[in-house]
Structure formats: C-alpha cells, structure tokens
Design a protein around this ligand. Sequence first.
Ligand code: HEC
Length: 191
Amino acid sequence: MSAFHPTRLAVALVASLAFGLLPTTNAQAQDDVFAFMPDGGRTLMQGLIDGGLTPEIQAEIAGQTLSAEGWATYLEGKRADSPAVSELDEYQTQTLASYLSYNMPLLEGSELPWDGRDMALARCQSCHIITVVVTQERTREAWLGTMHKPSHIEVPLTEPEREALADYLVLNAGIPIDDIPPALRAGGASY
Ligand code: HEC
C-alpha cells in the first residue's frame, strides 16, 4: 500500500458512504427498537460527512493516527470551522474520538468499520437480551473483565474489538430501564 494520498482518501471515504455502509437491511429494520442506544462512532462519522464536513477535514481525519484524547482535542479544535462537529455533544465527541483512535487512518477504498454499538447489537444478544448489557454502568476494566469471563471468551470479537466495545459502553451504557422499550425489558436477563 503506497503512502496515503489525502484527496484520494477523502474520495474513498465519501464514496464508501455514498454506497451505503449499513451491513444489512436487517440492521436497518432493527433501528427503531434499538433507537434508544446512542450512536456509535461509525454513525457519528457518517453524520458529520452527511452534515457537510469539508473534504479537507475528511482527508485530514482519514489520514492520521491519534489517541482518543488526541482525537477529542482535534474535534474540539474543529468546532468553530464545522457546524456538523459543533453539534456533537460531549459524549458523542468522546465516542467518536474513541472510534477514530481504533479505526484511523482509513485505508483507501475501505468502508467505515463497525463501531461499539454495531458490535453490541451483533454479538451481545444471542444468549441474553441487550438490556443486560446497556443498563450496566461500569469502568473499562469491569467491561473487559466481563468479556473475558468463561461465559464470554468465545464471543467472536478480537481483542481490539473488545476494547473498542468497552470504550463505547463506558460512555454510552448505564441507560435507565425506563428508557428501554418494554419489549426489551420483559423477563430481564434470559440466561
Ligand atoms: C455465548 C453466550 C453469551 C453471549 C454471546 C454474551 N453473553 Fe453476556 N452473559 C452470558 C451468560 C451465560 C451470563 C451469566 C453468567 C455470567 O455472568 O458469566 C452473561 C451475563 C452478562 C452480564 C451480567 C453479568 C456480568 O458478568 O457482568 C453482562 C454485563 C454481559 N453478559 C455482557 C455481555 C456483552 C457485553 C456481550 C457481547 C460482547 C455478551 N454479554 C454476550 C452469556 C453470553
């Protein structure tokens, strides 16, 4: 892979968005029931691009590696230049910063990778309802502890994906039970 070319990266990012990133229509159909779950970084990034983020800033984002703290600082610095960025609240900014720290730079032609919300929906519902997960308020270490228990070690997520999911949950879980649709409350834990 040759050196990143900012303009081509921006085009790749825009093109991948234009062609649609949601992995399945099934995920789209589920969106209503799971609307209470805050957006992950993939959706937030897509929202920025749809919201008019300039190609220059898109290229800058697609082309650099930063820590989550570095990305948060970067995004704060773009608030004044970009209305889309200025609309992110603090949790969204942190969620996007975390996502970017795992997923940038973005290789030319690649789609925006899945985010913590996508992972939770795809991997954390087969043995118990998602409510068991998203109502918990925990530290990163505690989330990683749960994900490394014998009951969870075979969940098909790589180590970096577990960390990305943990970071999403630290910022976005702890959702009050009253905000969870009744259909997802019935019976509580099913394990
Ligand atoms: C293969 C089945 C399975 C899948 C998939 C699964 N869980 Fe669980 N989960 C369990 C079982 C069994 C328990 C109860 C026993 C235990 O806690 O180990 C549990 C309990 C929990 C609990 C409450 C108890 C605790 O340890 O904190 C949380 C939180 C949790 N799971 C989170 C998750 C997350 C996050 C995912 C997705 C990454 C997930 N689960 C996917 C089987 C599963």
